[in-house]
Design a protein around this ligand. Sequence first.
Ligand code: NAD
Ligand code: IPM
Ligand code: MN
Length: 368
Amino acid sequence: MSNASLLILPGDGIGPEVMAEVRKVIDWYGAKRDLTFDVSEDLVGGAAYDKHGTPLHDDTMAKAQEVDAVLLGAVGGPKYDSLDFSVKPERGLLRLRKEMDLFANLRPAQCFDALADFSSLKKEVVAGLDIMIVRELTSGIYFGEPRGIFEEGNERVGINTQRYTESEIDRVARSAFELARRRGNKVCSMEKANVMESGILWREVVQKVHDEDYPDVELSHMYADAGAMQLCRWPKQFDVIVTDNLFGDLLSDAAAMLTGSLGMLPSASLGQPMANGRPKALYEPVHGSAPDIAGQGKANPIACILSFAMALRYSFDQGDEAARLEAAIETVLANGARTADLMGPEDGTPMSTTQMGDAIVAALDASL
Ligand code: NAD
Ligand code: IPM
Ligand code: MN
C-alpha cells in the first residue's frame, strides 16, 4: 500500500505533544514496514482561531473531506473560554464531525493486564475488559434545533433540542450490529425511553433493525442511567454498547476510568464509504487538551497512538499492523512503562510523553 493520505490536526494543549509521538510511529511504519502515508498537517481549534479567527478554516475543512483519514489531537483550553460560542475551539471539531457526516463514533475501552491494578475499580471487575461503545456523533442534542439563549419575559432561557430521525438511528444501529458480529455478538442499546420520546423511537428502531437484519446478534436495551451504574458494577457483561451523542460522551469518559486513565482511550469516527471504498474517517483520543498538564511533557500519548492503530485497522485494512502496534503498547506497559496518569503519587518517577513514545517505537522494533 502506498500514498494513503493522512491529515494531521494536532490542535491545542497536549494535542501537539501526543501527536509528536504518533508521528514517530507513522515514521516507523514508513521506514520498517513500507507503509507510507502522504502526511499533511494543519490547524484546528484554538490554534486555528489564533491564526485565522476561526476554529476551522474552510481550506482545512476541504482538505479533511479529501484525505483518506484525519488524525486529531485535542482542542480547547482556558485561553479560549471567553470567546464567542460560535468560534470556540470545540466548534471546529464539531464542524468536522458534522460536515464529514461521521455518524458512528467507536470508543473501545480495553483494560490492559498491566493496568488492571491501577483502575479505581477492583482488579477482578476490570481485568480482561474489552468493550466497544458506539456513540452516535452527528445528531441528537449536540445539533438539534431550536437551540440558543433567548429572552423570555424578564429572564433568559437556554435551549438545546434532542432530535433523532429514524434513519439516523437506523444507520448507527447497523454499525453497532456489524461490529458485534466481529466481536462478542452482543449489543446493548442505551437511551431513556422511560422519559424521552426520542428514546422511545431509538428503542423501536434499534429493535426493528435487529429483528429484520441482525436476528443472530443478542440485543438488550437499558436505560442509560442504569447503564452507567452497570458499567461501574460489572462492565464485562457488555460487548458493544450503542447510544446517542450525549449519553455516549458521558458513558465513554466513565468507561475510560475502567481502563486506568483517560489517557488510554482511542476513538474512530466513521462515516459513509468514499469513492475508494474507505469510510470517511477521523481518529482522535477520547481525552481533551488537558490544560492542567499541557506543556509539561506529562501527557500519556497512548490514546492518540491507539487511535492511529484504529486508523490502520478501519481505514487502511492493516489489521495485522494495528495488532502489532497494540501488542507493542501492551509490552511496554507490561515492562512497567508509566506516564504520570498511570501512577500513584508514591510510585516513583513517571516517564515523559517522549519517553513513552520512544519505548513504544523500541517495542515495535523488537517485534520484527
Ligand atoms: P481533559 O480530557 O482535557 O482532561 C481531564 C483530566 O484528564 C485532566 O486532569 C487531564 O490532565 C487528564 N488527561 C486527559 N488526557 C490525558 C493524557 N493523555 N495523559 C494524561 N492525563 C490526561 O478534559 P477537560 O479538562 O474537561 O477539558 C479540557 C479542554 O479540552 C476543554 O476545552 C474541553 O472542551 C476540551 N476537550 C476536547 C476534546 C477533544 O478535542 N476531543 C475532548 C474532551 C475535552
Ligand atoms: C469528546 C469531547 C467533545 C464532545 C467536545 C470537545 C466537543 O468531549 O470528543 O468527547 O463533547 O463530543
Ligand atoms: Mn467527551
